[in-house]
Design a protein around this ligand. Structure first.
Ligand SMILES: *Cc1c(COP(=O)(O)O)cnc(C)c1O
Length: 360
């Protein structure tokens, strides 16, 4: 068996320790004679799996008691619809457009509410986070929406926007649990698990209770109402059981690493190794304004498509997988999520240094 360094943006690398534990428990979960995939979601065993996963997540993020934690399905994409369908009282929402996923969310919201794009960084190919200290927030906005970490472009909000008192909603898919965050500053935080916290199929949403409406338009499907899932502790219907189980193991692993403050230190160290090299290299260059750089997704280019292709090919052969940039930007991207060890990033930089020497 050989594990390689996987820089995929998602589904992405998971902690090896978590995978080993899951493998050990595959045929017989804690003496019950079956795998977690085979057990009832109403069983005592699964109830404690989902309950512990929620509690560990609450501990990691210090989630205040007046927030619900929901384990949902449908990917981050379904939240693009669920958010406007559930949060719109006035039918108005403001969106800050910092990349592909924010734009998708905005476009979807337009189906249901009056969505306004109040800021954008599209003028420079989304290579920066716009100044959000004094935006034209709509007076009747039900919420202000951001994509906090832009997976494709490699930017992150290091300062949250001034929402002028309006509810902040954030897609944190690709920075979830990468560093501490103050949950009380948000109305809703949500993310697909497959970037930084688990396998595809689970979406975690953390929602302030007073934002969960008792009533929504009668045509909103039951499954798309936050209340349905909140009232039933994410067990209204069959949840993505196995995915929740793996997320729970990742949460325990994060606690063992020292929690999110410790993860931030490690993630800053990994990002610095790569960014410092990019800043000193004469061949490879980062594509993002320094002040907006993400700790998780690092896009870079050589400026020559043939050299990019040669690099990706040789890197793949050397055991560095999934370094190709998103099809909309080209070049390369290294996603260095929580489960990517420091040695993986160092090995990549060593490889890039050799490649640069051999090809210039
Ligand atoms: C990957 C990603 C999405 C889309 O996730 P799906 O689970 O495929 O719907 C949305 N937002 C961000 C920030 C992402 O990284």
């Amino acid at each position: 068996m050989k594990r390689i360094y996987n820089f995929s943006a998602g589904p992405a690398v998971l902690p090896e320790e978590v995978l080993r534990e899951a493998a050990e428990e595959m045929l017989d979960y804690k003496g019950c004679g079956m795998s977690v995939m085979e057990m009832s979601h109403r069983s005592k065993e699964f109830e404690s799996i989902i309950h512990e996963a929620e509690q560990d997540l609450r501990d990691l993020l210090s989630i205040p008691a007046n927030y619900k934690v929901l384990f949902l399905q449908g990917g981050a994409h379904l939240q693009f619809s669920m958010l406007p369908l559930n949060l719109a009282k006035n039918g108005v929402a403001d969106y800050i457009i910092t990349g592909h996923w924010a734009k998708r969310a905005y476009t979807e919201a337009k189906k249901f509410v009056k969505a306004n794009a109040i800021a954008s960084s599209e003028d420079k190919t989304f290579s920066y986070i716009p100044d959000c200290s004094d935006l034209p927030i709509s007076e009747d906005a039900d919420y202000v929406y951001i994509c906090e970490n832009n997976t494709i472009y490699g930017t992150k909000f290091h300062t949250l926007p001034n929402t002028k008192g309006k509810t902040l909603v954030a897609d944190v898919s690709s920075c979830f649990l990468s560093e501490p965050m103050d949950v009380s500053k948000y109305g809703v935080i949500y993310g697909g698990a497959q970037k930084n916290i688990g396998p595809a199929g689970v979406v975690v949403a953390i929602i302030r209770e007073d934002l969960i409406p008792d009533e929504v338009a009668p045509t909103v499907p039951t499954m798309l109402q936050f209340k349905t899932h909140a009232d039933n502790d994410s067990l209204y219907n069959t949840p993505p059981c196995y995915g929740i189980y793996i997320c729970g193991k990742v949460f325990k692993w994060l606690k063992k690493q020292g929690g999110l403050a410790a993860m931030r230190t490690i993630n800053e160290k990994k990002a610095a190794i790569l960014y410092n090299y990019l800043d000193s290299s004469r061949m490879f260059h980062g594509t993002v304004e320094k002040a907006s750089r993400s700790l998780m997704n690092v896009p870079f280019v050589t400026g020559d498509a043939d050299i990019d292709a040669k690099f990706i090919k040789e890197a793949t052969a050397a055991g560095f997988a999934n370094l190709k940039g998103h099809r909309s930007v080209g070049g390369m991207r290294a996603s260095i999520y929580n489960a990517m060890p420091v040695e993986g990033v160092q090995a990549l930089v060593d490889f890039m240094t050799r490649f640069e020497a051999e090809n210039s």
